[in-house]
Design a protein around this ligand. Structure first.
Ligand code: DQQ
Length: 575
């Protein structure tokens, strides 16, 4: 009886705490542990909003992808995971393996607190395959004093194809925060690379007051590391740099090095690329590229703490993983029993014009395509829409569509000078999918209910800025759900497409997966990921439409929509 009362009280406290703390901006950002939230069983994972072909463990909280790699025929995805609840905390490295980046076997966590150098948590990091063929993981441990230190771990048994068990040498930590380093903001080591002098290098993210830094360390043996005398690889006046990533793209003389950082202050990711001098360890971004909020982004939506790896099995290609946080409340997450999804792995490359990076879902995802619907040359008159019929479950689909503006660009709305210097998200918030325009908005309504009361718009809109056409690509989830307590931000970017040169054509691909809407515009020039939580447009009740809220006719030159089979997720985890 007494026990029942205590439990009831705990629940009341817990519910109050949960209801008062929405999951955005993420609780995880400040890395607070909420003991009341940790101790409870989060409940069942079954939910109509769980994804079918995006990566999710059976239940609980996940965040950053970690240590992604391809090793001897197996892809490894480690990720930040709370084994006890659907909120951030108790962080370990969960582990899943795959031979195709689509279907996964969930394993027991690979790295978890065991030693003084990680007793308070095993935070993000990266994998490096050493010349002797052994993979090494570098990760951030939170030590007994709450300091962030960098540790190394090696597989226990190289003959285990899944590399299930990892050993942490006693000589850890291998990179403690040195004097003058902020020990509470010193984390997320990159994959290491070998310089021409035979020394290993890696970068750790940190901050110095408001300055974010990518600090370079060097080592001869992967055990003793020292900061490079020349100072940080790069820095910016942007607050803490989390999850840096540094890697080459392009070929031969065209090779550039990309530096990506995750800005803790904005919870978005930005990148520059430029030249890296291996001998002097200097990185100089190309002149046209800005650091921080004025810079380029991998994704203009809900995509964070990403990490790339070189997939030597395929050509080779560089593959990008990123985390999509929830946009519901913490109380919703606890009720659902899960929180966090990994975005579809994306192939990443330098655009042929050298102006930006391009991304496209890895081709393996197409193996899940089933029932196919095709539409060609269908006019979408100004102010009209039509339903794409024939999908069995439009809530789990892959849609490729190519639009052509057939009525000319003359009616493009003037670009408001007040928007100059503003980001695309601000423009899209001002001119969303329902604000009629001159050329556009046109695009898809996905996860729509039959009366269109619920719908998420993915669309383009063309502005005329002093004779130059500016193309906005936007995800507008403002009508995505009847639930009104949700975070429903419009996410947008200006996409580098010259419609005069493409004959008014612009392609769009959208991966729809119950609560994920992951879109790629202009053949991979722009990607925008949104999380949405329809209440009616779920499963086979969801619908898909093409709309045109502009004054100018557009044509769907091609539309190929596919039902997507669910990925196979088997598990070795004993929950
Ligand atoms: N998440 C990890 C940190 C990292 C942050 C902790 C980014 O290592 O900086 O779960 O989301």
């Amino acid at each position: 009886m007494g026990m029942a009362i205590i439990q009831a009280r705990t629940w009341v406290v817990f519910l109050l705490l949960a209801l008062l703390s929405p999951s955005w901006p993420v609780a995880e950002a400040s890395h607070h542990v909420s003991p009341d939230l940790q101790s409870l069983d989060a409940g069942l994972a079954a939910d109509a909003l769980r994804t079918g072909y995006h990566f999710q463990p059976p239940m609980h909280w996940i965040n950053d992808p970690n240590g992604v790699m391809y090793y001897k025929g197996v892809y490894h995805l480690f990720y930040q995971y709370n084994p006890k609840a659907a909120v951030w905390g108790n962080i370990v490295w969960a582990h899943a393996v795959s031979t195709d980046l689509v279907n996964w076997v969930m394993l027991e966590p690979a790295i978890y607190p065991t030693a003084p150098f990680d007793v308070n948590g095993c935070w993000s990091g990266s994998a490096t395959v050493l010349p002797d063929g052994r993979p090494a993981i570098m990760y951030t441990g939170i030590d007994g004093d709450g300091r962030q230190v960098q540790n190394v771990a090696y597989p226990k048994d190289l003959s285990d194809p899944y590399l299930r068990e990892w050993v942490k040498p006693d000589y850890n930590p291998v990179i403690p925060p040195g004097s003058g380093v902020n020990a509470t903001a010193f984390r997320d080591p990159t994959t290491a690379w070998l310089g021409p002098d035979g020394l290993w290098r890696l970068v750790v993210g940190t901050k110095d007051n408001h300055r974010g830094l990518a600090v370079l360390y060097r080592s001869r043996d992967f055990q003793s590391w020292a900061p490079a005398e020349g100072g940080p690889l790069h820095h910016g006046d942007t607050g803490m740099w989390e999850c840096p990533d540094f890697y080459p793209v392009g070929d031969g003389a065209q090779t550039k090095h990309v530096l990506k950082v995750s800005l803790d202050l904005t919870r978005f990711e930005y990148y520059t690329f430029g030249s890296y001098d291996h001998a002097n360890d200097t990185y100089v971004p190309d002149a046209a590229l800005a650091d921080g909020e004025r810079g380029l982004r991998y994704d203009y939506g809900n995509f964070y703490a990403s990490k790339t790896f070189l997939d030597t099995a395929n050509k080779p290609r560089r593959v990008l993983w990123g985390w999509a946080n929830e946009s519901d409340s913490t109380a919703d997450d606890v009720r659902k029993g899960w929180a966090g999804v990994q975005a579809i792995p994306r192939k990443l490359w330098l655009a042929p014009d050298g102006k930006q990076l391009m991304q496209w879902p890895v081709a393996e995802v197409e193996s899940l395509r089933g029932n196919h619907v095709n539409i060609t040359d269908r006019l979408v008159e100004a102010g009209s829409y039509f339903e794409v019929q024939g999908l069995m479950i439009p809530a789990q689909a892959d849609v490729e569509v190519s639009f052509a503006v057939v009525g000319g660009l003359d009616k493009a709305e003037p670009f408001d000078p007040a928007w100059r210097g503003a980001d695309a998200q601000t423009v899209c918030a001002a001119r969303g999918a329902d604000a009629e325009g001159g050329v556009g908005p046109f695009g898809l309504w996905v996860l729509a209910s039959d009366q269109l009361k619920e719908r998420t718009a993915v669309f383009f809109r063309v502005f005329n800025d002093d004779g130059k056409h500016v193309v906005l690509m936007c995800n507008d989830p403002s009508r995505s759900s009847y639930a009104d307590h949700l975070y429903k931000p419009t996410f947008a970017g200006f996409i580098d497409v010259d419609l005069a040169k493409t004959g008014g054509k612009i392609p769009l691909r959208t991966l729809i997966d119950h609560s994920m809407v992951e879109s790629f515009g202009g053949h991979g020039k722009m990607s925008i990921l949104s999380r949405v939580y329809p209440t009616q447009a779920v499963g086979d009740k969801a619908r898909l439409y093409v709309f045109n809220n502009g004054e100018t006719d557009v044509k769907v030159t091609h539309l190929n929509a596919y039902d997507m089979r669910s990925a196979k997720i088997s598990t070795e985890i004993d929950r």
